[in-house]
Write a protein that binds this ligand. Structure first.
Ligand SMILES: [Zn+2]
Length: 300
């Protein structure tokens, strides 16, 4: 059976999995990401990581997912919020010179969506939309088994859809983006605005929600309201069969999911709601989705 290497570059770690199309895992490994890596250090570490995996097993293709924005055509990471020293990294041409096998590339949200399509429970739908709820708010759309990329791989950047004109400032420089209200950075920034207290992560925020902290609950409520507008717009444009939530924040789905689903369903045509399924995806590694980039053209 053919083996494929999937690599997922995240803010905290780089994960690698060698897998078959049927989901059999042959090898897994990871290294820590250093947030101050320069372009050269980043490339050197990725190269050495792949060599280390190669010592343990074989693979015929490589799929790699990285934070964006990216240029899919030229295989370049334009920049990354989690690795701020990276700029215009010629990742794919660099790797192709060292590893003379097919190499596929996409952004992290798209790769996570593809992973959900291939390996999620009952997610092989005609049209599947995936929201990645982490530091930022990302999205990916799979239609008839294919990822929708946009021109250069940056389609479905749903976190930057405007939900409140002239609203809170976003990391992208614009105001009122969905990500400013419903993401870890959004929750922490809105909470800081209300209380002057700097929380460290989403867990601290949701712990306060559980403790009935008034400000945390208000921030979450506004987040749910604005995110429901974002989801509503996606449903009207794409009419998906299934919407799946992935990422760290989805672990706290019990604290907001019911209210979010009800809000969305109350704002859309019944015909759109009747056949729509909401689900929380399993937390399998994005590296599986990266490996799934290699599946195109491969038989089952
Ligand atoms: Zn934005």
């Amino acid at each position: 059976m053919k083996k494929f290497l999937g690599i997922d570059v995240g803010g905290g770690s780089v994960k690698g999995t060698v897998i078959s199309k049927t989901g059999k895992i042959y090898f897994q490994s990871s290294i820590k990401t250093n947030p101050i890596w320069t372009n050269e250090e980043f490339l050197e570490n990725i190269k050495n990581f792949i060599f280390e995996i190669k010592k343990n097993t074989t693979f015929e293709k490589i799929g790699i997912g990285t934070p964006g924005p990216i240029d899919l055509d030229s295989g370049v990471i334009l920049k990354s919020a989690n690795l701020p020293n990276l700029k215009n990294v010629n990742l794919i041409s660099f790797l192709k010179e060292i590893f003379p096998i097919p190499i596929y590339f996409n952004n992290d949200s798209n790769v996570a969506s593809l992973g959900e399509y291939f390996f999620g429970i009952d997610s092989k739908k005609k049209s599947l939309f995936v929201f990645t709820l982490g530091t930022g708010l990302g999205g990916g759309f799979i239609f008839n088994g294919k990822l929708y990329n946009g021109i250069k791989g940056n389609g479905m950047e749903v976190g930057h859809m405007s939900v409140i004109p002239n609203g809170a400032i976003c990391g992208c420089g614009q105001k009122g983006c969905a990500e400013s209200y419903f993401s870890t950075s959004g929750f922490l920034n809105r909470y800081f605005e209300a209380t002057n207290i700097k929380l460290q992560n989403a867990k601290e925020f949701f712990d306060l929600v559980i403790l009935n902290d008034k400000d945390a609950k208000e921030v979450l409520e506004l987040g749910v309201e604005t995110f429901s507008e974002c989801i509503r717009a996606i449903i009207y444009i794409l009419n998906p069969e299934k919407i799946v939530f992935l990422g760290g924040i989805s672990k706290s789905y019990s604290l907001f999911g019911k209210s979010l689903e009800e809000k969305v369903r109350s704002k859309i045509f019944p015909v759109l709601s009747e056949n729509l399924i909401f689900a929380v995806g399993e937390d399998f590694a994005g590296s599986l989705g990266s490996a799934a980039l290699c599946f195109e053209g491969e038989d089952d």
